[in-house]
Design a protein around this ligand. Structure first.
Ligand code: KIV
Length: 272
């Protein structure tokens, strides 16, 4: 284990920037609740993202658009109570920062004050520069997010790979440089060609964390429910499943139901 990580009592935005400089890969997973965040933190995850993917995997919505600021704060405060060591970053939900930088600042301050999280993440580039600048000026660290930005799904129309064409790739590179220049401490790149992600990671000094962006970046992020195999119908090429919890949970539930119905459970030993 690298000395940077071993010596870190608490992972901060500075720690992950040092990790990039030292070539130590950054691990990030999503989490939305206390119990799961406790397991990830104890396992040694560097960053927990309280993603607005909670809208999909926790609430069952088709997109990330419906989740509210209050709901994100509820999820984030549950995660913060569990996170003893890792950095906690919270997605600013759709509608809380796009149109108006004063509202963006108010939303970011609510997240930081009410949840105790350490940083916020916003989707977009030049079009949200005022919001990013305003939030940063209040001392709130900002993580950027470019490429496939799920809050704009109705603009894109699909969840396919972004920035395959030259013009979109050039725009993404220019946005990445802008986010670095504005003062973002890190950047998520979602579902873009590996070569482009590699170029961005090389050309900017802040850590680049990829999801479906290939191996040549500074860290990786996955949605926890996907990598644990809970969302068993979701199978994009970039996803590696580290467990099949859908089957584990389903089998446990089936066994429990059977034990209750046959009066196998509880036994005398399990009674008072
Ligand atoms: O909301 C989320 O889970 C995310 C990750 C996909 C990066 O933004």
């Amino acid at each position: 284990m690298s000395a940077i990580i071993k010596d870190a009592k608490r992972i901060t935005t500075h720690t992950i920037q040092e990790m990039k400089q030292a070539g130590v890969p950054i691990s990030m997973l999503t989490s939305y609740d206390y119990s799961m965040a406790r397991i990830l933190d104890a396992a040694g995850i560097d960053v927990i993202l309280v993603g607005d993917s909670a809208s999909n995997v926790m609430a069952g919505h088709e997109t990330t658009l419906p989740i509210t600021l209050d709901q994100m704060i509820y999820h984030a405060s549950s995660v913060v109570r569990a996170a003893k060591r890792c950095l906690v970053v919270v997605d600013m939900p759709f509608g809380s920062y796009q149109g108006n930088s004063s509202e963006a600042l108010r939303s970011a301050i609510r997240i930081m004050k009410e949840s105790g999280a350490h940083a916020v993440k916003l989707e977009g580039g030049a079009e949200i520069r005022e919001s990013i600048t305003r939030i940063l000026s209040a001392g709130v660290p900002v993580m950027g997010h470019l490429g496939l930005t799920p809050q704009s799904i109705y603009k894109f129309g699909t969840y396919t790979v972004r920035a395959k064409e030259e013009a979109e790739a050039a725009q993404l590179l220019s946005d990445a440089k802008l986010l670095e220049q504005l003062g973002c401490f890190a950047l998520v790149l979602e579902k873009i060609p590996s070569k482009l992600a590699q170029q961005v990671a090389k050309e900017i000094s802040i850590p680049v964390i990829g999801i479906g962006a290939g191996p040549h970046v500074d860290g990786q992020v996955l949605v926890m429910h996907d990598m644990l195999g809970i969302t068993n119908e979701f199978k994009p090429r970039f996803l590696r499943k580290y467990a099949d919890l859908y089957t584990v949970i389903s089998e446990a539930a089936t066994q429990y139901i059977s034990d209750v119905k046959t009066k196998e459970f509880p036994s005398e030993k399990e009674a008072y």
